[in-house]
Design a protein around this ligand. Structure first.
Ligand code: SAM
Length: 291
């Protein structure tokens, strides 16, 4: 345990020993900085009561830290070539289970239920493959897992969009989709130099803390998310114009104006100025009008 995986030297050794070549298409950028990993573990509050779920263990840099601090670790890895490597690098840790599966196909709820001990908190921690960050997080949030928090290393711009506040250029339908389920905060920005190979983009660590209840009551979640998306379809257009475009044949401009007036939302505003409560009000009003 003294020779940590997440150092440039040890990582080089492991890659060389197995003749491993990075697959860009799988978003393989491995962490080579133990300090960052220890910070993440501390921020998440991983301790010996924790069940940790990891997505994409790579050669085990983060997995090792999770194994040292958590009770159990379950890690999903899609790349078959990494399985024998992980078997070797994590051989000292008996509390790790590596699952060879695409996380997008995984039944995470079931695996959690099969492993969970009474009163055990579950935390998802990952240095995500950047090419599918949004699909992975969307899937995991929609699965409504019994998870306390998701702490993920992702592209800085995407982290900013997920944690954005209204009236900010990063604020959009992704913000609402994420903040409907969680409380989002950027914990730290991370330089490119802590990865091997270095990615082309800057990274941040984002923490999503699961909410007990959504912050707003909506009549129909799918309808709500569609309306939100419609309001951001053309960011520089007014709310009313985006809605006219979206409702096309269903409601004309006049009807839309009447509904907006009734709920007290000015149609000349832009979508990016509406907070989550206002989006809920809007979606519920149109949903009701449709009945
Ligand atoms: N956790 C390691 C680290 O921090 O050094 C590796 C992180 S690397 C950014 C992303 C990892 O996710 C790679 O090991 C890659 O093979 C894996 N991966 C990519 N797509 C995946 C998917 N759909 N399901 C599971 N793992 C995936």
């Amino acid at each position: 345990t003294t020779k940590k995986i997440a150092t440039p030297k040890r990582t080089q050794e492991i890659l060389k020993k197995y003749g491993f070549s990075f697959k860009k298409s799988l978003g393989q950028n491995f962490l080579i900085d133990v300090n960052i990993l220890e910070n993440i573990i501390k921020e998440v509050g991983i301790d010996k009561s924790t069940l940790a779920i990891e997505i994409g263990p790579g050669i085990g840099a983060l997995t090792e830290q999770l194994a040292l601090h958590a009770d159990q670790v379950i890690a999903y890895e899609i790349d078959q070539r990494l399985l024998p490597i992980l078997e070797d690098t994590l051989k000292e840790y008996e509390n790790v289970q590596v699952v060879h599966q695409d996380i997008l196909d995984a039944n995470v709820d079931e695996i959690i239920k099969n492993h969970l001990k009474p009163d055990q908190p579950v935390h998802v921690v990952a240095n995500l493959p950047y090419y599918i960050t949004t699909p992975i997080l969307t899937k995991l949030l929609r699965d409504k897992l019994p998870v306390t928090s998701f702490t993920v290393m992702i592209q800085k711009e995407v982290a900013e969009r997920m944690a954005a506040k209204p009236n900010n250029k990063s604020y959009g339908s992704l913000t609402i989709a994420v903040q409907y389920y969680t409380n989002a905060e950027v914990l730290m920005n991370v330089p490119k130099s802590v990865f091997m190979p270095q990615p082309n983009v800057d990274s941040s660590v984002l923490r999503l803390t699961t909410r007990d209840e959504p912050p707003v009551q909506v009549n129909d979640e799918d309808y709500f998310f569609s309306i939100v998306q419609a309001c951001f379809a053309q960011r520089r257009k007014t709310l009313r114009n985006n809605l006219v475009r979206y409702f096309n044949d269903t409601y004309d401009k006049e009807m839309i104006s009447v509904i907006l007036e009734r709920i007290g939302i000015d149609g000349t505003r832009r979508g990016e100025s509406l907070n989550m409560q206002e989006f809920a009000l809007l979606a519920n009003a149109f949903h009701q009008a449709a009945e």
